[in-house]
Each structure stands twice: as structure tokens, then as C-alpha cells.
Design a protein around this ligand. Sequence first.
Ligand code: NAD
Length: 336
Amino acid sequence: MDCCIIFALWYFVPLVLLIHLLFFIFGDADFALLWASLVGHKPEDKLKGLVVWVTGASSGIGEELAYQLSKCGSRLILSARREEELKRVKRNCLEYSNLQDDDILVLPLDLLERASHEEKTKAAIQHFGHIDILINNGGRSQRSLFLETSVDVYKALMELNFLGTVSITKHVLPHMIQRATGSIVTVSSVAGLAGVPLGTGYSSSKHALQGFFNSLRTELTSYPKLVISTVCPGPVQSKIVHNAFTEELNKPLATAGDQEHKMSTSRCVRLMLVGIANNVKEMWIAQQPFLLFHYVWQYTPTFAWFVTNILAKKRVQNFKAGLDADSSYFTKPKTS
Ligand SMILES: NC(=O)c1ccc[n+]([C@@H]2O[C@H](COP(=O)([O-])OP(=O)(O)OC[C@H]3O[C@@H](n4cnc5c(N)ncnc54)[C@H](O)[C@@H]3O)[C@@H](O)[C@H]2O)c1
């Protein structure tokens, strides 16, 4: 017996610590999500045949969600503002999966037009009979310093990222409550966990989403099969920087910069689907140093300011040099 305890102490405990350390240093997701990706349910097994509504499905993460979900055999409702883009995504889904035309509903929707959300929800339910998973993905980012930014931009960010999402959720949730089952997954951001320079309004809207969904989850404890999840990605390849708000409402960003250094969209979405298949409540998905930084932020917020200042200074420097703000944090910015 004593031998077993000594064996456990000498070999098992250090091994567990080593695994944690490796996850910590090399992982691109939080412990729960990485663990689920190693030993949990496979999205292909859990999501097959489910009806999934994806907002913001015309580009970036939403578009990739459509492709990977269709390969898993999920039936899809694709929403964003541009119908033609959604039709293109649908064609690609049909080409690369076994889904039939009727398995994918193109449902154009503007998150800002809240008066239309009830009718859109009814249309989705009418087509498939029910909705299993809502993925609140549509949204826009921001690249501008607070002192230079109009308050209208803050209003627009809250209207789109926060109220647009709350509104769709408000219409879908009663349907899921009636069935006592379903998942509402919301794409927040690491900017919803910690502060981020050049994104005071964006970060506020994502913090608002975190607060909203963490609170909503506590109101739904009598529905154990109703899952509320938030996803917090770090920088991921997409059109997010091209589409970001700047100092003024309709002013486009001068240069979006190279996005190559960011996490691939496919890796981010794969991890999201693993999280959804395993009911992970909060998913952190980011390359280093972002992931480590957010652990530090959660465990020792005061110490985190030391790291925050280094990253923040670099982000503003990159922005002022005309680069994408998230260009390398460890080299000098080059403008030429
Ligand atoms: N890419 C990243 O680095 C990153 C990091 C963290 C979080 N996110 C979040 O991921 C989500 C998807 O962003 P992305 O990176 O794929 O960017 P993206 O710009 O490529 O896609 C955004 C999607 O939202 C849609 N959208 C924008 N305004 C809309 C409106 N008024 N009504 C309906 N749809 C609208 C766009 O049409 C598009 O389909 C966003 O919520 C974003 O905040 C992205």
C-alpha cells in the first residue's frame, strides 16, 4: 500500500503537473476545451442531424462554422445581411458535404433590425420544425483610440454586438425552453475577459455579452439540458479587421494589414465545435502569448497589469505604424 502511495507521489503527481505545464505553454485553448478535444465527444458524432442557426455566416468564423458543421451533417440556417454571400456559402456547403438543398436555409438577417427578429425566428422554426443550437456569431470589432472616437461608434457597437445578440436570443430561448433542450453559443472574445487598447467600445460590448450570458445561465438552472456557452477567441484570421469600426461611424480602416500570423479560422472553429459537442460553458481559444496572458489576468489581475502594459504599448505602436494592431508583439514594427 505504502509502495503505491510513494509510486503515485513520485510518478503520477509530477506527470499530471507536467501535462498541465505543457497545456499551459503549448496549448491553444483552455484546459477544459483541450481535455475535451483529447478525450471528449467528437463533433461528427454529436452534431450530426442537429439544426444549427449561425449568424454572421457570410464570412470569417461564421462561414467556416457553416463548412465544418455541414461536414458533421448538421442542418443549417445561415444568416447575415448579404443574401448572395450566404448563397455562395450554401453552395460550398452542398458541394463538400452530403447535405441536400432543403437541409440548408438561407435566412438573410440584419442584427440591427430588431423588429424583424421574431419573424426570422418563426421562419427558421417553420422550415425545420425546431432549432437545436443557436450560434450568435455576427459582430464587428473596433480599431480606434478612445480620445479620437465618436460616441456614435460606441452606440453602434453596443447595438450590434450586444443588443442584436440579446434580441435573437430573446426570440429563440422560449422555443428551447418549450422543448427543455437546446444550446445557445455566443462568440464573445478574449476582449470580453480583459481590456484591450484600440477596442474600448468593442471590449465593452463583449464584456456586456459575458455578463449577460453568465447571468442568463444562472436563471436557467431548472433546465439542465439547456446549455449556455460563450466562446472567447484571441486573434483569428477573418475579415474582422477589414470590417472594424474606426473613429467615425462610416469611416473604413485605412489598412487592415496582414492576417497571416493569426490563428487559422479552421483551428478556431474545430475547437468551437469540440466545445459545443461537449457542452463546455466557456471556451478560451487563442495562440500564445494571448492564452497565457488571460490566465494571468484571471489568477492575478494586479500582476497582469505588468504584462498588459507591455502588450498594450506594442498594440498601439503597431496601430500607429499602420500595421494590424495584433502584428507581432516581439519585433519592431516596420511600416515600409
Ligand atoms: N477574428 C477574430 O480575431 C475574432 C476574435 C475574437 C472574437 N471574434 C468574434 O467572432 C465573430 C465573427 O467575426 P469574424 O472574425 O468572423 O469577422 P468577419 O467580419 O469575417 O465576420 C463577421 C460576420 O458578422 C456579420 N455581420 C456584421 N454586421 C452584421 C449585421 N448588422 N447583421 C448581421 N450580420 C452582421 C458579417 O456580415 C459577417 O458575416 C464576431 O462576433 C467577432 O467579434 C473574432
